[in-house]
Design a protein around this ligand. Structure first.
Ligand code: F6R
Length: 646
């Protein structure tokens, strides 16, 4: 029999929790709170150095992780008078070859996120130069490091972490003594960056990066990580062996390093994943569910077959003592899981709903599905969407953003070309369309990396995705009048960088909820999507819900969160699981295919090379498989939901 492995932890003093962590790791409720703490630390350091009359030498990173830290520093500069005049900064890396004014360059990123908004002196920030001729690169890299040393070395180094464990662009295989140099980017890094570059083929193959050795030379290091997609690499870096295959693990050797993570990125750490293996825990219902499903999976035994000995052997003897018998606990958890399964996501009319996830009444519900991008509804909950329609509910879908940045130029041209031919074919004289086509063609032919799409091209791309979403609605069987295209303003920048959520965004959501007065709302609770759009979309819904909570109809409105393309709920969190038959899985796939602009080499695929329909199917099959493994009924696939309450 296989038992859970708890042998790798080390006991501290007697009575202290066992620790598996070799790097001090601070876990915050969310990335905003965490970023606040880090921004405070940086601001305190800048001020302390100011008081000492010394420069403050910062090592800075780009990417999605430090953005909020920079935004908070900018706010502190504006509102609290934090000055950057004594700051000297060195960025970790830059793509090679890269013009500094390109929209893809880290130069531009740093200017847009921080430097243009604070009083740092132009001559005091340094970013590796992506235009240095290859013949002088070696000397250039040495001089970059020398410059850091000449100002006394880095006081503070801010880091992100790649899904493959890279720090800076020190990819797996980088040595602990590596210096600043030109490197070849790992394939997974290029795939992750393909989001920013509008396709893998546009991503540079090389970059200049500060080496591991100069990073480790910084007097203080803080590494940031947010979201589930960082959870596994964080666990390996913090708890695993030091290995060149995971460069972030080198940080275990640093005397003053902290990892600052949100709850999702911490979710694979032993103290979070199996807290009962670290210290005594309070055995509330959620913890029991978490422990029993974990035990069942670790031992590959259905829940109802777990024995008292299994509990004792795996650090749960106190739970056993509390309940007297493992069988009692098994039955209890089994029943709870059983009650999450329903083929009636809108509630089953005329049925006792005591143990059903949704209430039976009203039998016909008004349902509002929020879809951050135009395809999240079908990808993430296509099977449930279909059932709700088939079971006679009035289903509306709100497409929150236009999704226009995820359309390839080629696709846009193809559609404008179609309109021109259409007009010609039907003898419609439309000079404006012809001109639009010519302009678009010219723009796309001459486009430089420093330019973003014209408003016209963005509009075409948005319309194209709108057409695809409408096609899905027709396919599932709702009138397109029940498809609402919100075009939330925060998204409309034409680049991957979005504006912060504004009052107008929230108002749009509030107005729609008010108009429909739904009994059920479905929203994306999938906060780990690479651009953070799902999170912003949820923030707007949450703010609108909080503003509406006193309204009479809201008292009868239940909110369900789904996850889809990027991550799935943990099994113990799921509160409603909607099964799908093999035919329903196939139908959902066809529904996803309506989004042709997102098929075959999609622009924003993330680190996962599978297409969206493949991910959705594998995830839904995976959820069904989990239920089966735990000893419940075996379905082809399942979509999972968690209920959100005020
Ligand atoms: C950026 C850098 C990289 C990123 C890492 C994580 O200057 O050196 O190591 O920190 O790729 O990127 P995000 O934060 O976008 O997940």
């Amino acid at each position: 029999m296989q038992t859970a492995n708890h042998s790798k932890g080390t006991a501290g003093t007697i009575g202290q929790p066992i620790t598996y962590e070799k790097i001090p790791t601070q876990i915050f409720a969310d990335s905003k709170e965490a970023s606040n703490a880090v921004a405070r630390e940086i601001a305190d350091l800048i001020r302390q150095k100011q008081n000492e009359g010394k420069p403050c030498v910062l090592g800075l990173a780009t990417g999605s992780s430090p953005k909020t830290v920079y935004a908070i520093l900018v706010r502190m500069h504006r509102e609290e008078g934090l000055s950057f005049r004594n700051v000297i900064s060195f960025n970790l890396d830059e793509y090679y070859q890269m013009e500094p004014d390109s929209i893809y360059s880290y130069h531009r990123f740093m200017k847009e996120q921080l430097f243009d908004h604070v009083d740092i002196l132009k001559e005091n920030y340094f970013i590796p130069d992506g235009t240095v001729p290859s013949s002088s690169l070696r000397d250039y890299c040495t001089s970059y490091e020398n410059r850091i040393n000449a100002v006394g070395g880095l006081d503070f180094q801010l880091l992100g972490i790649g899904g493959n464990g890279h720090i800076g662009f020190n990819e797996p295989g980088a040595l602990i003594n590596s210096r600043t140099r030109l490197i070849t980017l790992d394939h997974s890094t290029r795939v992750a960056a393909s989001m920013e570059f509008g396709g893998l083929h546009n991503v540079p193959r090389k970059a200049i990066t500060l080496g591991v050795a100069p990073i480790l030379n910084a007097r203080r290091i803080v590494l940031l990580a947010w979201g589930e997609r960082k959870a596994s690499v964080i666990q390996r870096a913090v708890e695993g062996p030091v290995s060149e295959l995971n460069p972030a693990s080198y940080l275990q050797a640093h005397p003053d390093v902290s990892f600052v993570v949100d709850e999702s990125a911490a979710s694979e750490l032993t103290r979070i994943k199996t807290p009962w293996a670290v210290d005594s825990v309070v055995w509330d219902n959620k913890m029991i569910k978490k422990a029993i499903t974990h035990l069942s999976r670790t031992l590959s035994k259905p829940i109802l077959k777990l024995t008292d000995k299994d509990y004792n052997d795996n650090g749960m003897s106190d739970l056993l003592a509390q309940y007297g018998s493992g069988y009692e606990i098994n039955i209890n958890v089994f029943n709870q899981l059983q009650h999450t399964i329903t083929g009636w996501p809108g509630g089953k009319p005329d049925a006792d709903d005591t143990y059903r996830p949704e209430r039976a009444l009203p039998a016909k519900k008004r349902v509002l599905i929020f879809s951050p991008h135009p395809d999240d509804d079908i990808i993430s909950m296509g099977g449930t969407f279909q059932r709700l329609v088939d079971q006679g509910h009035e289903v509306h879908v709100a497409y929150q953003t236009s999704g226009n940045i995820a359309v390839a130029d080629d696709e846009a041209l193809r559609f404008i070309d179609f309109v021109v031919d259409f007009n010609n074919g039907f003898g419609i004289d439309n000079e404006e369309t012809n001109q639009l086509f010519l302009d678009a063609k010219n723009f796309l032919r001459h486009t430089k990396d420093s330019e973003i799409d014209t408003p016209e091209i963005r509009k075409v791309k948005g319309l194209l995705r709108r057409g695809e979403a409408k096609a899905t609605c027709r396919f599932v069987g709702i009138p397109t009048s029940q498809a609402h295209f919100l075009n939330m303003p925060f998204y409309e920048t034409g680049t991957v960088q979005k504006k912060p959520i504004g009052a107008e965004d929230i108002q749009i959501i509030e107005n729609l909820i008010d108009e429909i007065k739904p009994h059920q709302i479905y929203a994306a609770g999938d906060f780990a999507d690479p651009h953070g759009t799902h999170k912003v979309c949820w923030d707007a819904i949450e703010a609108a819900l909080n503003r509406s909570k006193e309204k009479e109809y809201m008292k009868d409105c239940w909110v369900w969160l789904y996850r889809g393309a990027w991550a799935e709920w943990d099994i113990y969190e799921i509160e409603m699981a909607v099964p799908m038959s093999p035919d329903q899985v196939l139908k959902k796939r066809q529904g996803i295919f309506k989004h042709q602009s997102q098929k075959d080499g999609v622009v924003f695929q993330g680190e996962d090379s599978r297409e969206f329909w493949q991910r959705a199917e594998e995830r839904n099959r995976g959820t069904a498989h989990l239920y089966d493994e735990l000893g419940l009924a075996e379905y082809e696939a399942m979509e999972a939901f968690v209920r959100w309450k005020f």
